[in-house]
Write a protein that binds this ligand. Structure first.
Ligand SMILES: Cc1cc2nc3c(=O)[nH]c(=O)nc-3n(C[C@H](O)[C@H](O)[C@H](O)COP(=O)(O)OP(=O)(O)OC[C@H]3O[C@@H](n4cnc5c(N)ncnc54)[C@H](O)[C@@H]3O)c2cc1C
Length: 503
């Protein structure tokens, strides 16, 4: 008897649901098994989630999605990094930029050479040596061109897009390839009495949707993994106390910048995501330290153009499902957990959950070893990203509010303490196997948040100080010349992926 799955049922048509549906139909093929997606227009989606990280282009390539077409259809813009304002202390500003900074030399990271000169007061800010940071501040963008050793040959970037248009775009893609969409509200989840696996979903119009594998993309409701299967939630709000966000859209900027901005406030922070047709904004805050009314007021006061929607409140709790795959149900997206949007990692977590599920795709036997491996890998990924986000809060010197004092004094996960201590003592950072953020991301945020190493790698001293100074200066000039060569972000969009005006 065949053990091939016959039917995959996805519950939810937000970003997670449609990304999953699109990837399943493309990579499994319509002949392998049926893919059905159930969603309720009446319930709608969370409606936020518009900034991404560079692996998103791998998702597009895997699905043969034309990047310009995707950006035209989602009013998208490019993203070279995230600017953090007022984080370490009020008045501070730094960029966590994607991509390289300088060139590694003698098998040592460029930043170690920079660190030596920086500690001696003989170097510019690290941002001067990286293409992405420099191009961000000059509002320039281009894709990589084949130019040998030039930094223009390898430009890392991500996207900003309209979440509603993105779900629509992927829905089109998935339906054209054979995904069946069913409109309806799930009223009841039926379990098999013999093993507690999910058997079917009962919809409000009486339809019964049976399946072999159920993917819970129902958002914060987590209808399958939590309500039906009773998988608990690991609460991380003692490390990430923000639990609310007001979101509002405002008028488009004349020249959208190629980066996300995150501005810290008294009990949280505000995002600014520039799209072609509007700017997305939101104030993420901890309700324990600030009232909803005050948070709303701060958001509106800090908009750069007039609002075009009413502010909307979203509530959440930082954490993760104890088991993201349980029995025949895999949670993807907000149903699996939520780390706040500071580093735009949720959509990436959707993408990596899909890749992991495909790598460990079950037969009807649902082998426990596969499920455990999936959960182990998911936990690792979540925890590493969690620590990276905690770092932004913990390493602060702000003394203007109870919130920042709490963050500075909280006890953080041991692995994070070890990382910070290693960096402080020798300027060293190591990326662990497949964790999402690379060494340079950690270095940029550690330095940006005011964590300064006491020493640099001693192997740097194999090169004379004069030579290091020369090399640094040469990198700085190459970066400046490269940025001068780049077109403006607006010009690049106009030539490649200009979206139609929205009515
Ligand atoms: C404030 C905030 C800001 C964010 N910013 C970012 C960001 O910048 N970058 C990033 O990567 N991520 C961000 N995220 C996360 C991102 O929004 C989500 O990861 C992404 O939108 C996926 O959401 P989802 O599809 O899991 O859930 P949702 O969008 O909530 O979709 C849930 C789906 O389930 C359906 N559903 C629910 N109940 C039922 C039912 N009973 N019957 C039928 N259907 C049902 C709904 O109709 C909907 O289609 C942010 C999240 C928040 C809260």
């Amino acid at each position: 008897m065949s053990t091939t799955l016959k039917k995959v049922v996805i519950l939810g048509g937000g970003t997670a649901g449609w990304m999953t549906a699109a990837a399943m139909i493309k990579l499994l093929g319509p002949q392998y098994c049926e893919v059905v997606l159930v969603e309720s227009d009446e319930i709608g989606t969370v409606g936020v989630g518009e900034a991404t990280v560079p692996p998103m282009s791998i998702f597009n390539k895997t699905l043969d999605i034309d990047e310009n077409d995707f950006l035209k259809n989602t009013q998208g813009t490019f993203k070279l990094g995230i600017e953090f304002v007022n984080w370490g202390k009020i008045g501070d500003r730094y960029i966590h930029a994607f991509g390289d900074v300088g060139k590694d030399m003698n098998s040592l990271h460029f930043y170690q050479y920079w660190l030596k000169m920086h500690l001696a007061g003989k170097a510019h800010y690290l941002e001067e040596y990286g293409l992405n940071a420099k191009a961000s501040y000059q509002n320039k963008f281009m894709r990589s061109e084949n130019r040998g050793n030039s930094p223009l040959s390898n430009i890392a970037y991500a996207f900003h897009f309209d979440a509603g248009l993105y779900a629509k775009y992927l829905r089109n893609y998935a339906e054209q390839r054979g995904v069946i969409r069913i409109e309806g509200k799930v009223q009841q989840v039926n379990l098999r009495p013999e093993d507690g696996f999910i058997k079917s979903l009962l919809l409000n119009d009486g339809q019964i949707i049976e399946g072999d594998l159920f993917i819970d993309c129902s958002g914060f409701r987590a209808l399958l993994i939590s309500d039906a299967l009773k998988v608990g939630y690991e609460d991380w709000s003692h490390w990430l106390p923000c639990d609310r966000a007001w979101a509002v859209q405002c008028e488009a900027a004349a020249d959208p910048v190629p980066y996300t901005r995150s501005t810290a406030h008294a009990a949280g922070w505000q995002w600014r995501i520039p799209l072609q047709h509007r700017v997305g904004n939101g104030h993420v805050f901890a309700s324990q330290y600030m009232s909803e009314e005050k948070a709303r007021e701060i958001l509106i006061e800090n908009l750069e153009s007039p609002p075009i929607t009413e502010p909307r409140l979203v509530k959440f709790k930082a954490g993760k499902r104890k088991e993201i795959w349980h029995k025949n149900c895999v949670a993807v997206g907000l149903a699996s957990g939520f780390l706040e949007p500071l580093e735009s990692t949720s959509i990436y977590l959707v993408q990596s959950a899909i890749a992991r599920l495909l790598a460990l795709f079950p037969s009807t036997e649902f082998k426990q070893e596969d499920i455990e491996e999936f959960n182990r890998q998911s936990d690792f990924e979540y925890e590493k990203i969690r620590d990276f986000i905690i770092l932004h809060y913990y390493a602060n010197e702000r003394d203007d509010s109870e919130f920042w004092r709490y963050c500075r004094n909280m006890s953080v996960p041991e692995a994070l303490t070890r990382r910070i201590n290693l960096f402080k003592s020798s300027g060293r950072v190591f990326r662990q196997t497949v964790e999402m953020f690379c060494e340079l991301s950690w270095v940029e945020v550690l330095l940006g948040q005011g964590v300064t190493p006491r020493a640099y790698d001693p192997l740097v001293d194999r090169m004379s100080e004069d030579e290091i100074a020369q090399r640094l200066e040469s990198v700085r000039q190459v970066i400046q010349r490269s940025v001068d060569y780049m077109p403006s972000h607006a010009e690049f969009i106009a030539h490649n992926c200009k979206a139609e005006k929205m009515m």
